[in-house]
Design a protein around this ligand. Structure first.
Ligand code: FES
Length: 192
């Protein structure tokens, strides 16, 4: 078990980060019962699935003494810290202190909105999403779209960033195509 000492404020706030959706990991990589730790906007978060399978995200360092919750356990809808077994619900609020002590109001992690879409788990950097997870233009028949989510093994060394975005899928062109259909072939005839 690793213990991380940190000066992190535990508020999940990083300087200079946009309030937007961030694609943190592939859906297939977050199995039920597992906890994943990720750097996130100048801090660190954990992701896990609650008992209904919904992804949850909260700050990683336990409000008690700062242990990394990614080495804890999932207990029902909660995450249990490996150190002294404080438990936190999906909203980040402490639900259990095994010693029976009164749960102080400060005993809470910062939780973040999540959404699972396009085989990716997205986390919004803020308390409430300001807009939906990006999707295709409404004129596009999404049943006819083929896509495949994947992760790079290493950070893409691309600078400036827009060089990368201009060499991938251009969703700005969707409304310009008659009928809005970008997929011309049956998915049966395409190997991915
Ligand atoms: S450090 Fe997490 S319960 Fe003590």
């Amino acid at each position: 078990m690793s213990v991380v000492k940190t000066t992190h404020t535990n508020r999940g706030e990083g300087q200079g980060y946009q309030q937007c959706w961030y694609p943190l990991m592939l859906s297939e990589n977050l199995e039920e019962g597992n906890i994943a730790g990720h750097d996130f906007c100048g801090g660190r978060v954990i992701l896990y699935r609650d008992s209904g399978g919904t992804p949850r995200a909260m700050t990683a360092y336990c409000k008690h003494l700062g242990a990394d919750l990614s080495v804890g356990d999932v207990v029902g809808d909660d995450v249990r810290c490996a150190f002294h077994h404080w438990q936190y619900g999906p909203d980040g609020v402490c639900t259990t202190i095994p010693t029976g002590d009164r749960i102080p109001p400060q005993a809470r992690q910062v939780s973040f909105p999540t959404e699972e879409k396009w085989d990716v788990i997205w986390v919004f950097f803020g308390t409430e999403p300001l807009y939906p997870v990006p999707s295709f233009h409404e004129s596009v028949d999404t049943d006819r779209i083929m896509y495949r989510a994947f992760e790079y093994d290493e950070s893409a060394q691309v600078d400036p960033w827009w060089v990368f975005t201009t060499n991938v899928f251009d969703d700005g062109i969707e409304p310009c195509i008659e009928g809005g259909n970008l997929c011309l072939y049956s998915t049966d005839s395409v190997e991915v």
